[in-house]
Each structure stands twice: as C-alpha cells, then as structure tokens.
Design a protein around this ligand. Structure first.
Ligand SMILES: [Zn+2]
Length: 263
C-alpha cells in the first residue's frame, strides 16, 4: 500500500494521537531525489524532526492495535469482540439524509447488521431516518449529542452532552468522537456505557485515502471479531460507498457474518 500523504500540517496534537493509538508515522527521506522513500518512525522521534511541521511526514495504518499503555489508561475501551464468525460494522456521525438510506439499502441486500453510533442532534433533526435504522434491526450507539472533543471539555459538560443524547437513544453503547477523551471522562462513562472503539479504521473520511485504498485497508485486516469503523456522513460517502459493498462481499467469502454489537 502506498504511503498516504497528509495535506494538513502535522500538529503536535495529531502526533499525540498517533502515539496513543499506535498509528505508524512515516517520514520522507531523500527529498528532492529520485530515490525518495518513506521510513517508519516513532511519534516520539517525529516530534523532534526538523521537518515535522511540513508535508513530508505521513501516517498510515488502518489496523489499530492499541498497546499496553492505552489499554491501561483506558481499561474500559473495547477494541475487538470475541466472536467466532462475526464482524462488526459500525457507522458514526449519522443519521445523514441521503447517506443513511443508502447504507441501509446496501446492508439489507446482504442481510448484514450493523451498529450506528449516531449523534443526538442528528436524531433530533431526522427522527424518521433514525426510526428506519431501528426498524431494520440495527443497533444504536451513543456518539454524544453534539460531537465535541472531550479534551476541550470539562468532565461535567462532556458527560452532560452524552447523557443528553441518551435521553433520545437509550443505549448501553458509547463511542467518543475523534477518540479524544480523558481517562476521567472514560472512567465515569465506563460505569454506565460499554465504550466501543474499533480495530479497523476505514479512514473513509480522509481526502488523501482513495476509494480502493479504503477498501483494501479494511479487507486486509478482516478477521472474526473485528470492529470496523465507517462513517455515515457526506464527507465519507465517496470512499465508504465504494468500500462497503466490496467489504460485504469479502465478509461472505470468508464465511463471516455482519452482526450487531451485543455485549
Ligand atoms: Zn464521529
């Protein structure tokens, strides 16, 4: 798989995310030469590179395998599910008119089930669409009311945002937006919700990821118990709509089934 180019300036915060979530960073060597290649470096090292702030540093890794540190800091987070023949598709950020219907129709064709981590505000705006997800037998997870980053919020207001969404959703599953949360926020929410993360990140939202890369990145790591993160949003549609039907095909070939998350 070719290295993925990052258009955004590589921020310190992004480096921390790469470090915490064990995302591999690649840096370009041999700049201005025909022998340009990319070598993997640690996030810690990347921080000290002189060119870290320009476009010469790249990230790629769709398979997430959080190390001991992250599992210790966030003991409540669930990254994969012990299941012999199931994979777990998840769709974040919906419901979104035009997109959710497409996902529902595609899943229906294959009799596949999924878990939708919806936003409270979207459910409020599009109650009929939300109802369609429920009617099709899929599972709902809480993705907060307003899609905030936990790092920027007090414990109280973050929990309030989650609980406000729950007055609409009544679910025992929660997924933090951007995976940006504090250990305290997770400890408190972990008492009431099962915190569902993922171990395959489709990166369907990334402009720098092509539809084929998105698809290949997902199927490469398909295995029983995998939790796959897709997005139910306009931004992700180009990649997600290419990858999803093909992923469903591959799931069948492997003798697996797409199930809802029930823990
Ligand atoms: Zn989200």
């Amino acid at each position: 798989m070719p290295a993925e180019k990052s258009n955004a300036i590589f921020t310190k915060k992004r480096l921390i995310i790469c470090y915490v979530y064990n995302i591999q960073i690649y840096t370009k060597v041999g700049k201005n030469s025909v022998y340009t290649k990319y070598i993997p470096i640690s996030a810690k090292k990347a921080l000290h590179l002189p060119n870290i702030w320009d476009n010469s540093t790249f990230t790629r890794r769709m398979k997430i395998n959080p190390g001991r540190l992250i599992r210790h800091i966030f003991p409540d987070m669930i990254w994969e599910i012990d299941d012999r023949d199931g994979v777990f598709l998840t769709f974040d950020d919906g419901p979104t008119p035009g997109i959710t219907e497409w996902i529902l129709a595609t899943l229906k064709q294959d009799d596949a089930k999924a878990t939708f981590f919806v936003l409270g505000k979207n459910v409020e705006m599009y109650p009929d669409l939300y109802q369609k997800i429920l009617d099709a037998g899929h599972k709902i997870g809480n993705h907060t009311y307003s899609h905030q980053k936990g790092w920027r919020m007090s414990l109280e207001s973050y929990v309030e945002d989650v609980d406000f969404a729950d007055t609409l959703l009544h679910t025992d599953l929660f997924r933090p937006p951007y995976a940006q949360v504090t250990p305290t926020q997770m400890r408190v929410l972990g008492q009431r919700y099962k915190i569902i993360m993922w171990n395959i990140l489709s990166r369907d939202y990334a402009r720098t990821v092509s539809p084929t890369q998105c698809y290949k990145g997902v199927v490469k790591h398909l295995a029983p118990g995998a939790i796959i993160a897709f997005h139910d949003s306009e931004k992700s549609f180009r990649n997600m709509s290419y990858a999803l039907p093909r992923v469903l095909e591959r799931v069948k070939e492997l003798g697996l089934r797409c199930k809802i998350i029930e823990l």
